[in-house]
Write a protein that binds this ligand. Structure first.
Ligand code: NAD
Length: 360
């Protein structure tokens, strides 16, 4: 039976990189028997311009009906001065919350061909393969109360609330233990239990879930130390599991270990493995419309979609091998370019991946 994929290009380079990922999906449909129906909708700043909302009802409805979603990115200079309630990023947060996508999987893998692209020494990062599991629908990004209030003396005060229920911690911990079971069987839970009561509870619940997964080695680390260890000796980690905000920060840090934010896909899953797949980077307004953005993170997001939501592991592998092949051929977008390589634009990189998929 055909599966429905909702395509959400979003803003900035989102339009360009998603177009390349769609070429890959078209190729899988035409040549490799993938049965999917693609539908497209607006989200983020372009949706706001169209309808006054970064997440129109019609988009949310299609998102709920779809089997999977492929998102480019949202945001840009143009919308920065909007009220926070209608900023493009609200569209993304609304999708995550509306679809209950509580588990964000962010692999940080260093492609050997790009070892030189990392700012860290090759021996520190070569062979790096970390999976960061970030809680995505709770914590301080969603906690109430929140806002900016004026105190009696006229001074303004901003406030947010960090809140986690046991059930929220338990379900994300289970995802992390399950993934570790398919990898190197190690989970490091990251918190700030020495200062924040909420993450003291986080640690207790993760320990409790760990009791049922004795085959997995569980460790705990404070977030400040985890940030330090990620740049000091990142290969010590297998799976890291953490809160929404800590995961936001640590996963970008882990991404940079690999040399380029333009190479890394991500998945956000609900309890039934329905997912929204997107590159980890943003809409890069500084390079939008110039045909220089790296489309590989988005193309690799399609591979994650095939593996985690569509049960098409062989097709996922075909994409991943094609990406390896174009890197072997020396093709590089600007962000991963180094001396002696061949610089290509966004569309040429997409075409090269499609050609490599057909050549296998
Ligand atoms: P960004 O990830 O968009 O860009 C950071 C830097 O990385 C920029 O120099 C950019 O040119 C570069 N870059 C990013 N993706 C690239 C790619 N595929 N190829 C080559 N270079 C790439 O982060 P930012 O500049 O902090 O944010 C820009 C906008 O994106 C903001 O409005 C922000 O809110 C939004 N944003 C959206 C998401 C999302 O949609 N998931 C995530 C992060 C930021």
């Amino acid at each position: 039976m055909s599966k429905n994929i909702l395509i959400l290009p979003g803003d900035g380079i989102g339009q360009e990189i998603v177009a390349e990922a769609v070429k890959v999906l078209d190729c899988l449909q035409k040549d490799f028997g993938l049965k999917v129906e693609l539908e497209e909708a607006l989200v983020g700043g372009t949706a706001y311009d169209d309808s006054g909302s970064p997440l129109p009802e019609s988009t949310l409805k299609l998102a709920k009906q779809a089997d999977s979603l492929l998102l480019g990115a949202v945001g840009g200079y143009k919308w920065e001065s909007l009220d926070i309630a209608v900023r493009p990023e609200k569209g993304l947060l609304g999708l995550r919350a509306g679809l209950e996508l509580f588990a964000n999987l962010r692999p940080a893998i260093l492609y050997p061909q790009l070892a030189e692209a990392s700012t860290l020494k090759p021996e520190v990062v070569s062979g790096l393969n970390i999976m960061i599991v970030r809680e995505l629908t709770g914590g301080i990004y969603f906690g109430q109360p929140r806002g900016v209030r004026t105190l009696d003396n006229g001074e303004k005060e901003g406030y947010n609330t960090l809140v986690y229920r046991e059930s929220e911690i338990e379900r994300i911990a289970k995802v992390a233990f399950d993934i570790a079971g398919k990898r190197d069987s190690r989970v490091c839970s990251v918190d700030k239990a020495n200062v924040l009561e909420c993450t003291e509870l986080w640690r207790d619940v993760v320990n409790r879930v760990g009791e049922a997964h004795k085959e997995i080695e569980l460790s705990h680390m404070y977030v400040d130390n985890a940030a330090m260890q990620l740049v000091r000796a990142p290969k010590q980690f297998d799976v890291m599991v953490t809160t929404n905000m800590f995961g936001d920060i640590l996963s970008d840090c882990a991404a940079m270990l690999t040399g380029s934010i333009g190479m890394l896909p991500s998945a956000s899953l609900d309890a039934k493995s329905k997912g929204m797949y997107e590159p980890i980077h943003g809409s890069a307004p500084d390079i939008a419309g110039q045909d220089v953005a790296n489309p590989l993170a988005t193309i690799l997001s399609v591979a994650m979609m095939l593996r985690y939501s569509l049960d098409e592991a062989a097709l996922a592998e075909r994409i991943e091998q094609a990406v390896n092949s174009v890197l072997d051929q020396g093709l590089r977008t600007q962000d991963i370019f180094s001396e002696g390589m061949k610089k290509v634009g966004t569309a040429d990189m997409g075409d090269a991946v499609v050609a490599a998929m057909r050549q296998q």
